[in-house]
Design a protein around this ligand. Structure first.
Ligand SMILES: [Zn+2]
Length: 563
């Protein structure tokens, strides 16, 4: 039992807390996306389809038809359903089932035909059931949604004259459909289940009746709903309307192995989720948000999601990386080779949260990552050919050197000279691409990577060679605690991954003057990717050291909030 005195104390404490909450502004305001659904472009433009199949993964269930609210993107049912578990959406023209490809095509390849001429019976209805009760009276009857109303149709014929005969017999008229009409057939049959014509503004939506179940589409499993629209009145554009988290369950295994530590997967889940939402306008002109390639993020449904992937997404649900309350462009790459880079030193835009950080974690796994240490070699004639192939009108290349490094020791500019004394400079990411380098962290013609702290006799030097401290060495622990390092053998890693003893002079060497070693241009580097934002292998190494996904995100993205 709580005494009155104690109650009064509790009330006073509660009041004080309330007062504090009112006086202090909330520090972290969670980001909430404009809506919970993203639109993914699966087939569009040149890849649009004549026909598209769907199949319930569980082998039972069926499908529901409707359209999507243009603002909320919510699925709006029109009351039309089918118990068929394998359905095909087709252009409403004569289509033939090609059994070896399990698809419908316009070429007359078989006797299984969906004809585009139908008999439309008199009358129209405000709901599906009204039209369906009439259509059911005929063996080949089906309902057509026609710009907001429902009509009953019968049969499918490949010629108008054949349809005219049936129309006369049934007392109806012939309907052919418009450039927007989509027929839905039971896959592998000549049977029409439903037709949809929403004009230019309303596209067909299809989802499994069990909205949480998965659907097969082109050998991959998908969550969510699909949208079909006849692009320019021709083939079908196919989109996947899906919740952000279900989408991330598909992206995650494309970007990171499902066998990786949970905290690394969670860091990837939050960054991929944030990145996706920061790119929502990318394909607005084509009617969707994100494509399925590296341009946005790799996605081929959720077939490869496992329990760890689902956990990583579910346990971080609703979390985004923000800076000053704004969503961050959370770029990430495979590995940074020892240091990430300021975004403006790689691309055009400076982002306050995309600052280069020296990465001490990747070294843990460097020796087990394929091609972490890489070399690219060109003979002068090979390099000349490469550059001519890139549209550069040059003579034989005589020298190739790094003309500027960033403060973090990544390449900022590379200068190339030819036999005519002409020179060209490649900056930022262009230097990586022009030279076929795997990252921006490399030297040319040997030598030591700058920007790495050389330690000589326990005197620590920074990039410029200035002494930053004398005497005892200190390190910062994972928890931020500063500790003095013990005497004895301490090892450090250079930017090229060489492990050197601290205390002995580090082997600092100069690059050759023309970038050549034994007559060949030699690029020696570490890492793989654009060097901006999170390193996935660094995230792996941090998770292996017991750090959390929040530690990982805060390390790679400067001054951000997660919420
Ligand atoms: Zn894209």
């Amino acid at each position: 039992m709580i005494s009155a005195k104690k109650t009064a104390k509790i009330t006073a404490a509660a009041l004080a807390i309330l007062l504090l909450m009112t006086l202090c502004p909330t520090k972290v305001r969670a980001y909430s996306p404009p809506n919970d659904t993203v639109r993914i472009g699966l087939y569009y433009g040149a890849t649009a389809l004549q026909a598209a199949n769907l199949q319930n993964v569980d082998g039972y269930g069926g499908f529901e038809f409707g359209y999507f609210d243009p603002d909320t993107r919510a699925f709006i049912s029109i009351g039309a359903t089918t118990g068929e578990t394998k359905i095909s959406m087709l252009r409403d023209r004569n289509m033939y089932y090609k059994s070896d490809g399990n698809t419908y095509v316009t070429e007359a390849v078989s006797d299984i035909i969906i004809g585009c001429f139908h008999v439309q019976l008199p009358g129209s209805y405000n709901d599906f059931y009204g039209a369906d009760s009439v259509a059911r009276g005929y063996g080949s009857g089906f309902v057509k949604y026609d710009n907001g109303v429902f009509v009953a149709c019968v049969g499918d014929y490949t010629t108008r004259s054949r349809a005219n005969e049936e129309a006369a017999a049934l007392g109806g008229s012939v309907t052919e459909g418009t450039q927007y009409t989509i027929a839905v057939a039971a896959t592998g049959t000549g049977r029409v289940l439903f037709e949809f014509d929403g004009g230019s503004s309303r596209a067909l939506g299809v989802r499994p009746l069990d909205v949480n179940s998965k659907t097969w589409f082109k050998q991959h499993q998908y969550y969510g709903a699909f949208q079909y629209y006849r692009q320019d009145g021709q083939d079908l554009r196919v989109l996947n309307f899906i919740s952000v988290d279900d989408y991330i369950k598909g992206v995650l295994p494309q970007e990171m192995s499902p066998t990786w530590p949970l905290e690394a997967l969670k860091a990837q889940a939050v960054t991929a989720r944030t990145y996706a939402l920061s790119k929502l306008g990318s394909h607005g002109g084509s009617g969707f948000d994100l494509c399925t390639t590296e341009h946005c993020q790799a996605y081929i449904g959720v077939s490869t999601a496992n329990d760890m992937i689902n956990r990583a997404v579910n346990e971080t649900s609703g979390e985004y990386v923000t800076y000053n309350g704004e969503l961050c462009e959370t770029y990430y790459s495979s590995s940074d080779g020892g240091s990430t880079e300021n975004s403006e030193n790689v691309w055009a835009q400076a982002r306050p949260y995309l600052r280069g950080v020296v990465d001490p974690y990747e070294q843990d796994v460097a020796n087990s990552v394929s091609q972490y240490f890489w070399t690219v070699k060109y003979t002068p004639s090979e390099l000349t050919t490469r550059m001519k192939g890139r549209g550069i009108n040059c003579g034989t290349i005589t020298s190739l050197t790094v003309s500027q490094y960033t403060e973090n020791g990544n390449v900022f500019a590379v200068t190339m000279k030819d036999t005519n004394g002409k020179s060209w400079t490649f900056k930022k990411d262009e230097a990586r691409i022009a030279l076929g380098a795997r990252s921006l962290r490399f030297t040319i013609g040997g030598g030591t990577q700058p920007g790495v702290v050389p330690i000589q006799d326990r005197t620590v030097y920074a990039n410029s060679g200035e002494t930053v401290s004398d005497g005892a060495l200190y390190a910062v622990g994972a928890d931020g605690e500063i500790v003095q390092l013990p005497a004895g053998d301490i090892y450090a890693a250079t930017g090229t991954g060489e492990i050197t003893t601290v205390g002995a002079p580090a082997p600092t060497t100069e690059s050759s003057a023309d970038g050549k070693i034994d007559g060949v241009f030699v690029l020696s580097g570490t890492g793989n990717g654009h060097n901006v934002g999170m390193s996935q292998w660094g995230a792996y190494a941090m998770a292996q050291r017991g750090m959390t996904y929040r530690d990982i995100i805060h390390f790679y993205y400067t001054d951000v909030e997660i919420g």
